[in-house]
Design a protein around this ligand. Structure first.
Ligand code: ZN
Length: 81
């Protein structure tokens, strides 16, 4: 398994993929205002479907891994706090 596949699996296990509705501006988990990409800067929730992230991974593996790692780190910090 690649490093990035591990990151996807970890994000999935943390339940980070929670697609929001088109006009949703607040996190469904912690109610923080979402960033322009629809991701939560507080708890690390990724407001996009896993399939979309997997597609993005094909074109931009480094950037997507960074996104996943960032989201995982935020969720860990959030859970700990
Ligand atoms: Zn949140």
């Amino acid at each position: 398994m690649s490093v990035v596949t591990d990151a996807m699996a970890e994000a999935r296990s943390l339940d980070l993929f929670k697609p929001h509705g088109a006009f949703e501006v607040h996190c469904s988990n912690c109610h923080t205002r979402l960033d322009p990409m629809g991701d939560c800067p507080n708890c690390g929730l990724i407001g996009r479907p896993e399939a979309e992230i997997a597609r993005r991974l094909q074109g931009d593996p480094a950037g997507t891994e960074k996104l996943l790692r960032g989201a995982i780190a935020k969720r860990r910090a959030y859970s700990a706090g």
